[in-house]
Design a binder for this molecule. Structure first.
Ligand code: 5GP
Ligand code: MG
Length: 471
């Protein structure tokens, strides 16, 4: 069976008088970095719902013709991130069904850790399921319960454990929900006089001319309808556990999280890295694009000259979406060429945001040497990733994570660098702005670095093989 463990982009809009399908298209386009496998939009015109979804990038999926089949004044949209073995149209979102209360569409970013139990319960109650997706489980929990949508949503939140940022379409309202831990981001904004929008990241608001209002709070239900914006606490908030990897890698640098622009946080990570791990070098280069802000910060703090060491082909998708390790390795040279003019005879610091499987850094070090670098010192703006993620990020299995299997010295040798250093967990949390006066980090999930999962059940799951857990 598929293992849908997705990092995705979600969007929602309630805006009478606007071309909502077109606005959703542009918002999904702005959120393209959160998922490149499939894209979909579901709309409601107050009577019936309409949907179009397909495999591919947002601008491959949608055109004038199919956007014209999506009328209405409210909509949700979804970009799905691929994980190995699950590249199927039936996993594409939003999911849309008909219920006693009318249409119900759901777009989900995250992963429910108790989906297997919830699935079993539903099947035992005679509910048919058409996929292995945890999103379908939520859809069926909502469809099969009683009361109005708000009370159904509260009921679902009482049962679902794990990570979910959701946008939900009903006949007359769009809802935004965030799980009680706040693992995945979700923000709400204003569009024109009476319109409202929801998006995984605020960068989508700027694109469509909407204004950021605030983040949806952990455990909160936001409803957008003819009465405007209505918010209520759907479940008691737990320890705030936003995914630190949003800051490190996932989020677009121009998105705002907790009042700070991601680009500034990444530069700060680079500055902290430079203080913790200086290098005997002449120049600093980034692994573009995700490593660039941290490399700029590293150069500022160290006083070394920042320049470009690579040119990246911007028309190649992220390497994670390649299905096999061999393709991933090849994709490095498909993606990057060195700039010998900048590198020749230089001792180089190469800054990247993360080493996950360890397939990227080695070939890049070699490319720098091919380009004439005399020494290559690799610096990484996140700590070693040693543990898999159960909160909605396809962070590979433990066996695939290079830092789970090897020490920093071993990794340095394997990637052929002259030196290798990662930022410390404390240094990272300081840069993110999440350290208590007594030195303890708060507000973030750092499970992939520490193995401390915010939800105890996950440790149980961790003992199972992923196949058992998600199969
Ligand atoms: P790896 O060590 O797995 O070969 O790749 C590390 C590189 O992948 C880094 O440049 C980092 O920016 C990038 N990376 C980290 N997480 C992800 C992810 O979830 N998806 C993609 N496409 N790249 C990632
Ligand atoms: Mg990168």
């Amino acid at each position: 069976m598929d293992k849908p463990r997705d990092k995705c982009g979600v969007f929602g809009i309630y805006a009478p008088g606007e071309d909502i399908a077109r606005l959703t298209f542009f918002a999904l386009h702005a959120l393209q970095h959160r998922g490149q496998e499939s894209a979909g939009i579901a709309t409601s015109d107050g009577h019936v719902a309409h949907i179009y979804k397909a495999m591919g990038l947002v601008n491959q999926v949608f055109n004038e013709e199919n956007l014209a089949t999506l009328p209405g004044h409210l909509a949700i949209g979804h970009n799905r991130y691929s994980t190995t073995g699950s590249s199927k149209l039936r996993n594409a979102q939003p999911l849309l069904i008909e219920t006693a209360l009318g249409p119900l569409g759901v777009a989900h970013n995250g992963n429910l850790i108790n989906a297997p139990q919830l699935r079993r319960d539903l099947l035992q109650r005679g509910v048919g399921l058409s996929s292995s997706s945890d999103t379908e489980v939520m859809v069926q929990l909502l469809a099969g319960s009683h009361g109005d949508w708000n009370s159904r949503l509260r009921g679902m939140m009482a049962q679902a454990e794990g990570a979910y940022a959701l946008t939900i379409l009903t006949r007359n309202a769009v809802f935004g929900l965030r799980d009680p831990w706040g693992f995945r981001p979700l923000a709400v904004g204003k569009l024109g006089k009476s319109g409202y929008v929801l998006a995984s990241e605020s960068c989508a608001f700027a694109t469509i001319g909407a204004e950021f209002i605030r983040e949806v709070q952990p455990g909160e239900i936001v409803r957008l309808d003819a009465n405007g914006l209505h918010a209520e606490q759907g479940a008691a908030p737990r320890n705030f556990s936003l995914c630190t990897f949003e800051h490190i890698y996932f989020a677009r640098p121009d998105s705002l999280f907790q009042g700070r622009v991601i680009h500034a946080i990444r530069q700060e990570l680079g500055r902290a890295l430079a203080r913790e791990a200086p290098a005997p070098a002449d120049i600093v280069v980034a692994v573009p694009d995700s490593g660039t802000p941290a490399a700029i910060g590293y150069a500022q703090e160290s006083g070394l000259h920042f320049t470009e060491g690579f040119i990246k082909n911007r028309y190649i998708g992220r390497t994670f979406i390649q299905p096999t390790d061999r393709l991933r390795q090849n994709s490095v040279s498909l993606k990057f060429n060195p700039l010998p003019g900048n590198l020749n005879g230089k001792r180089v610091v190469m800054v990247d945001d993360s080493i996950v499987r360890g397939n990227t850094a080695g070939p890049l070090v070699q490319l720098l040497r091919d380009g004439g670098a005399t020494e290559v010192h690799v610096r990484v703006s996140s700590p070693p990733i040693k543990h898999p993620c159960f909160m909605g990020v396809d962070m590979a299995t433990r066996a695939e994570l290079i830092a789970h299997n090897f020490s920093v010295d071993d990794i340095c040798r394997r990637i052929g660098a002259d030196s290798l250093a990662y930022i410390s967990l404390e240094g990272m949390m300081r840069a993110v702005g999440a350290i208590d006066p007594d030195g303890t980090p708060h507000g973030y999930c750092n499970a992939c670095f520490t193995g401390n999962y915010p939800i105890p059940l996950v440790e149980e799951m961790d003992k199972l093989s992923l196949e058992q857990a998600f199969g």
